[in-house]
Every structure is written in structure tokens, then in C-alpha cells.
Design a protein around this ligand. Structure first.
Ligand code: NAI
Length: 308
């Protein structure tokens, strides 16, 4: 068991949660899961198509109805996460309706896949806007409010396409890795205020993956398998921050950016030649016995002898 997670029942009674893109797929599942365990939920969804065009209020409305039918509390919001005004209004909806925001799950997403050569500006900008700018637009007002309250749990949704690479998804992968950088810094800036930011790396059946998985796999890869990991990271009991958690079917694991031992090719005064770098390429690129740096200044530690 991860240090910092207790065995007590995870209960969100009294907590207010925002889930973006909660009108379908993973977001719907997270919203239902949070509400089932007592959270009051803002169900945000623009209700557009898979590539981000159009809008339809019924996506958010349906999930709110589902939550209410199951005895939970929820309010719809139809704003576009990709605008500052939209992000502010999503957070305002939580504060006006329920008085605060404790939990934010940044989940809204679209796809505009193309090989890099065909990647036009519109496809690049549209995907960046929803995934990366969208996380900025919603998280900033939420973070400001959480900081005032001295409490917050934020979950970003990245993708294995970004962490590991996936053909035809340069825009999406770049945006998703932007969320990893954003998390690395929010982890530090939120620490003092008990705001924890973690990342889910899901693989699940949804309209985004319906043409990716073979039908028999699509049938099995229920979004329900992702929600427990998200709920765990939304819990007060989760004291970790900056974790990237892969989830698919019943599999959960951590990915991390780690650094190999490297090679010291200088006394800190003489600049090595490119040939010396080339000769030591094997050592430089080895990730045997890797180290994890919690923040940039820790990396300077390895330079110790060279700084004399
Ligand atoms: P989905 O298409 O079922 O759900 C995404 C929801 O976001 C939709 O309901 C859509 O209307 C909403 N949305 C899109 N743009 C929006 C905007 N600008 N403002 C507000 N809402 C907006 O897809 P899925 O798979 O549930 O995706 C959820 C998240 O998980 C996305 O961020 C996606 O990139 C990510 N993800 C999904 C994976 C999977 O295997 N399904 C794999 C890796 C990441």
C-alpha cells in the first residue's frame, strides 16, 4: 500500500467536487463515483463532438439526472473549459451552489489525430486549448479558492500517448505532457496549503477509443476500472502529490520521470568535446539504478563535486 493512504472508507460527505467533461465516458463515471460516496458534484460538459465542435447541454443534464436518481447531489455546468471565463464560471458554479470547491478532476478532452506532416494549426491549437489551456483555465480559479480554504485535491488526466508515445497524436501527446509539467509545479506550490495534485493515466473504452481497440477489448475496458484510482487521489487520506498513476482494467501502477546515474566527463572547468560525449553515450543514456528528483534543485545535488 502506498504510504499516506489509510485503510478507512473513502467518504466525500461534505466535499464539493468539479468534474470537467463529466457528461460521458470517464468523467461521467468519476462524477457518479464521487456522488455515490457523498460529494456534491458540478457536472461540467460542453457536449460537443469527439473533435470538439458543437455543444449540447443534454450531456451534463443526463448525468446530473443519473446522480439525483441515485440519491446524490449534482448541478450541471455547460461551459467550455478552454476559456478563462468558462473556467471561472465552472468554479463559480461550485461556490455559488455549494459554497466551496474541494476536489477538481480535469478530465474534459477531444481528439484531432493526424500524422505530424498533416498536423494543421487548427488541429494543433484545438487540442492544446481543451487539454492544456483548459486545465489552466479551470485549475487556476479552483486553486485560488482551495488555497484560501487550506484544502484541495486536484486530478489531471494525461495519457500514455504522451508519457510513452503514440503514432498520429503529436498534438494530443504534447498537450497531455504539458499537464505533467503543470502537475510537477502545482505539487510544489500547493504543498503548503494541503493541495495535492496527482495524475491519472487511463486506458478505457469511450468514444475517444472506439476505433482504437478491437471490439472484444473495447467491451472489457470499462471506464469503471479507472474511477477507483481517481477517487483514491481525490480523498483526504491521499497525502501524495505529483504521482502519475496508470489504470486499465484491474491494473494500477506508477510511472515516474527518473534519471540515470550518467557520466562525469569533466572536472567542472574543462568543457568536454562532442566526441567524449559520443564515446560515453552508453553510460549517459543508461537508466540503470535511476534516481527520482522531487524538484529541480535536487538535481543540482548530483553536480556536487563539479561545483567545488
Ligand atoms: P469522452 O469523449 O467520452 O469524454 C470527454 C468529455 O469531455 C465529453 O463528454 C466532451 O463533451 C467533454 N468535453 C470536450 N471538450 C470540452 C470542453 N472544451 N469543455 C467541457 N467539456 C468538454 O472521452 P473519455 O475517453 O472519457 O476522455 C476523458 C479524458 O480521458 C480525456 O481527457 C482523454 O484525453 C483522457 N484519456 C482517455 C483515455 C481512454 O482510454 N479513454 C486514454 C487516455 C486519456
Amino acid at each position: 500500500m502506498e504510504e499516506g493512504i489509510s485503510m478507512s472508507t473513502i467518504d466525500f460527505t461534505g466535499r464539493v467536487a468539479i468534474v470537467t467533461g463529466a457528461g460521458a465516458g470517464l468523467g461521467r463515471c468519476h462524477a457518479l463515483g464521487l456522488a455515490k460516496r457523498g460529494a456534491k458534484v458540478v457536472v461540467n460538459d460542453l457536449g460537443g463532438t469527439r473533435d470538439g465542435t458543437g455543444s449540447d447541454d443534454s450531456a451534463a443534464n443526463k448525468v446530473v439526472e443519473e446522480i439525483k436518481a441515485a440519491g446524490g447531489e449534482a448541478v450541471p455546468n455547460y461551459d467550455n473549459v478552454a476559456t478563462v471565463a468558462g473556467g471561472e464560471n465552472i468554479v463559480k458554479t461550485a461556490i455559488d451552489t455549494y459554497g466551496k470547491v474541494d476536489i477538481l478532476v480535469n478530465n474534459a478532452g477531444i481528439l484531432r489525430d493526424k500524422s505530424f506532416v498533416k498536423m494543421d494549426e487548427e488541429s494543433w491549437d484545438g487540442v492544446m486549448a481543451v487539454h492544456l489551456k483548459g486545465a489552466y483555465c479551470v485549475t487556476r480559479p479552483a486553486f485560488i479558492s482551495m488555497r484560501e480554504n487550506g484544502y484541495g485535491r486536484i486530478v489531471m488526466t494525461t495519457s500514455g500517448a504522451g508519457l510513452f508515445g503514440n503514432f498520429g497524436q503529436t498534438n494530443y501527446s504534447a498537450a497531455k505532457m504539458g499537464l505533467v509539467g503543470l502537475t510537477n509545479v502545482l505539487k510544489l506550490e500547493g504543498a503548503k496549503y494541503n493541495i495535492k495534485t496527482n495524475v491519472i493515466v487511463p486506458v478505457a473504452a469511450s468514444r475517444l477509443t472506439e476505433d482504437v481497440f478491437p471490439p472484444e477489448l473495447f467491451e472489457k475496458m470499462k471506464p469503471d476500472f479507472i474511477t477507483p484510482a481517481v477517487l483514491c487521489m481525490c480523498a483526504e487520506e491521499c497525502e501524495d502529490s505529483g504521482m502519475f498513476i496508470n489504470a486499465a482494467l484491474g491494473y494500477y501502477s506508477r510511472s515516474a520521470i527518473v534519471t540515470g546515474p550518467g557520466a562525469i566527463l569533466s572536472d567542472g572547468k574543462k568543457v568536454p568535446t562532442p566526441e567524449e560525449v559520443m564515446e560515453n553515450w552508453g553510460k549517459i543514456t543508461s537508466i540503470e539504478n535511476p534516481q527520482y528528483f522531487d524538484q529541480l534543485p535536487e538535481m543540482f545535488g548530483v553536480l556536487g563535486p563539479l561545483l567545488q
